[in-house]
Design a protein around this ligand. Structure first.
Ligand SMILES: NC(=O)c1ccc[n+]([C@@H]2O[C@H](COP(=O)([O-])OP(=O)(O)OC[C@H]3O[C@@H](n4cnc5c(N)ncnc54)[C@H](O)[C@@H]3O)[C@@H](O)[C@H]2O)c1
Length: 336
């Protein structure tokens, strides 16, 4: 079995690679990554010392790159993590998000279909166990008010160029399933946090501001609500889907940790103050500065986690506060 993992050098992909490093589920693991600013090769380079891991530098939005990796390695399973992932960047440059997130996914689907599906729209014998796994986000469903949740059946209603480009990709995944019988799986997760996340994202940004003695910018009045999932829990869910997920199915991976941006910022600062006590007790809290709201800022995301993850109790040892503390210690260089 050969698995092709796109975007494996990014934040979530990197955690996933380290998770599967010592397992023997696959004969070959091909990591296909453009190595953009969001990638971190050094963090995962040890996995490539293993004989069955191979790094291929390439761009999912480049048809030739995609064709070449499919024709050379003939993957049985594809997990597509590769994406431009920062909403603020998508507001500045929506076209890049269309090219990478939507067209890039389409390029992968076209090559998977070419490789796996015969002229009668059925899976070729050697690809009977194949599937295309798209890593999606709760943001494709749009914005929620209080007291309701998105689930696998929620209609798409993206608001940012990022979520529109991810929604477009998901629609192509579903269209390839319906039109060509391509076996596909989609999972949606809520906001991830954890060590090695890019500094542009909300939690590392707060800690970076503290380290640099800078103001901490919070959009609007900080009341926007996000549901936070620890990246390792997300990766556990992805592993379970790889093992027992059913092609044609969709899965929601929520964190069950809803907090307003202001609440989580204050919680982070309290933890920082405990880890590095300072004489001026309010110094970090005083750094919070409310700034002009993000354009089209969604008010709330929240997912109803799919039953399968409770059945297998994969999150039962996970503590949000402990994981947050570990993450903060990582960014403060207190733990390696
Ligand atoms: N981070 C989150 O909170 C979150 C939540 C839900 C879903 N997701 C989804 O999970 C996936 C991974 O997110 P992340 O936070 O790890 O992203 P990231 O930005 O940290 O990493 C993206 C990776 O993709 C690679 N990449 C970018 N463009 C590429 C291209 N054209 N061709 C090949 N590789 C390319 C980058 O080099 C990088 O290694 C994305 O699809 C994202 O939409 C993320």
């Amino acid at each position: 079995m050969t698995i092709l993992i796109t975007g494996g050098l990014g934040f979530i992909g990197g955690h996933f690679l380290r998770k599967i490093k010592d397992k023997n589920n696959f004969d070959q693991i091909i990591v296909f990554d453009k190595m953009t600013y969001a990638s971190n090769y050094n963090r995962v380079k040890s996995v490539f010392e293993k004989n069955n891991f191979l790094l291929v530098k390439g761009d999912i939005s480049n048809k030739n790159d995609v064709q070449k990796v499919f024709q050379t390695h003939k993957p049985n399973i594809i997990i597509n993590f590769a994406a431009e992932s920062h909403v603020d960047n998508s507001i500045m440059n929506p076209e890049l998000f269309l090219e990478v997130n939507t067209k890039g996914t389409l390029n992968l689907l076209i090559e998977a279909k070419k490789l796996w599906i015969d002229e009668n729209n059925t899976l070729k014998q050697q690809f009977k166990k194949s599937f295309f796994y798209q890593i999606s986000t709760d943001e494709v469903f749009g914005s929620l008010s209080h007291n309701s949740y998105f689930d696998e059946k929620s209609p798409y209603s993206p608001n940012s160029p990022y979520s529109a480009s991810k929604a477009g990709a998901d629609h192509f995944v579903k269209a390839f399933q319906k039109t060509f019988n391509l076996p596909t799986i989609i999972s949606y997760s809520s906001n991830n946090f954890g060590p090695y996340q890019n500094e542009e994202k909300f939690i590392p940004k707060i800690i970076s501001c503290v380290k640099k003695n800078e103001d901490i910018p919070i959009y609007s009045d900080g009341s926007n609500i996000r549901d936070w999932i620890y990246v390792e829990d997300h990766c556990k869910a992805i592993e379970l889907i790889l093992e027992i997920g059913k092609p044609g199915e969709e899965y929601c991976i929520g964190g069950s940790n809803e907090m307003s941006n202001l609440e989580i910022c204050k919680l982070i600062l309290k933890i920082v103050d405990k880890l590095i006590p300072s004489k001026n007790k309010n110094a970090n809290m005083d750094r919070i500065k409310f700034v002009k709201d993000r354009k089209g800022h969604d008010f709330r995301y929240a997912l109803k986690t799919s039953k399968i993850f409770y059945d297998y109790e994969i999150f039962h040892n996970s503590s949000f506060k402990e994981n947050l503390k570990f993450t903060i210690s990582h960014f403060l260089n207190l733990k390696k």
